[in-house]
Design a binder for this molecule. Structure first.
Ligand code: 4NP
Length: 170
């Protein structure tokens, strides 16, 4: 399973999700390739935000990503394109070149254990203090734990099926 996490800047939330999923999957012996990108080009080439790096280090997740912008051609390289919030999801659906690509887009919150709908947003911590990044990592860990479980169980298609008709109409 090839997964790309996408937020706005690709320096706070999506590099965190990338680091968490890669580590959890490796620990559980679940085969995933993980990447991340941003819908915007503000931070291309940059390391993740200092609060993301610090919190990742504190929790034991290696981080070495450099910011990059998600492009329509990227859809072909992934099986799942996981948006951190509703705005990222809408932007990705706008970039999707065809229906196959749009079908790969899902919100990270959809994988939270017990979630029955399209999933809650992971709020943008940009401009906030370290405690916002701790809360972001708590939310990302919970969702990534669910995502690893769904990959291992082969139940990702069931999660995608819960997104609803609004997803397909973009
Ligand atoms: P992210 O956070 O989308 O989680 O990486 C942001 C980082 C930078 C900006 C916005 C959000 N920015 O406007 O530069």
């Amino acid at each position: 399973m090839r997964v790309c996490f996408v937020c706005l800047g690709n320096i706070c939330r999506s590099p965190a999700a990338e680091a968490v999923l890669r580590t959890m999957a490796a620990q559980q012996g679940v085969a995933v390739e993980v990447d991340s990108a941003g819908t915007a080009d503000f931070h291309v080439g940059e390391l993740p935000h200092q609060h993301t790096v610090a919190e990742a280090r504190r929790r034991g997740y290696p981080v070495a990503h450099r910011g990059r912008q998600f492009e329509p051609g990227d859809f072909a390289a992934y099986d799942l394109v996981v948006a951190l919030d509703t705005a990222n999801e809408a932007d990705l659906l706008g970039l999707a070149p065809d229906e196959d690509a749009a079908q790969k887009v899902v919100r990270l919150g959809a994988f939270v254990p017990g979630e029955q709908g399209p999933g809650a947003d992971v709020p943008d911590p940009w401009g906030l203090g370290p405690e916002a990044y701790q809360a972001m990592f708590d939310q990302v860990e919970q969702a990534c734990s669910g995502l690893v479980g769904h990959v291992a169980a082969g139940t990702v298609p069931q999660v995608l099926a819960r997104r609803g008709q609004s997803h397909l109409s973009g």
